[in-house]
Design a binder for this molecule. Structure first.
Ligand SMILES: [Zn+2]
Length: 137
């Protein structure tokens, strides 16, 4: 029974579902690569993902470590968290960040910027011009 098709099917079943499917082809965010080392988790492609998101690394780090309920910092291009986490979990948290702080809720495009005016934060969309009030990270 272990023919090629079966092997292929099993290999496919092991690939985690693409957490970014909802964002579609227009916005390709790489999957989080995470490596547990002792009691720390090293997010290895943090810088790559920050570059795609076009957001300050410290802001993304603050959000993700807050959601994970741990402390984190950036070393080189990696984000390091205290504690053991899975890539799937960090992916999920990252998706929440993207939903709240990157994707325009009006046109669902990622062409946005965050501005601060009189103490309030807004997501400004350069695709459709929408201005959405957001909570600070
Ligand atoms: Zn928009």
């Amino acid at each position: 029974m272990d023919d090629y098709d079966n092997l292929l099917e099993r290999a496919r079943a092991q690939v985690p579902e693409d957490a970014f499917k909802r964002s579609g082809e227009r916005f390709k965010v790489p999957e989080v690569q995470l490596m547990v080392q002792g009691n720390r988790s090293m997010w290895q492609n943090f810088q790559d993902i920050i570059n795609v998101l076009n957001r300050p690394g410290r802001e993304v780090l603050k959000f993700v470590s807050g959601q994970l309920g741990t402390a984190g910092n950036v070393e080189g291009g990696n984000a390091i968290f205290n504690g053991k986490f899975t890539a799937e979990l960090v992916n999920e948290v990252l998706l929440r960040y993207i939903d709240s702080y990157v994707i325009c809720p009006v046109c669902t495009r990622p062409d946005t910027e965050i501005t601060k005016e009189r103490g309030a934060y807004y997501l400004i969309c350069s695709a459709c011009g929408a201005r959405t009030a957001i909570r600070p990270v």
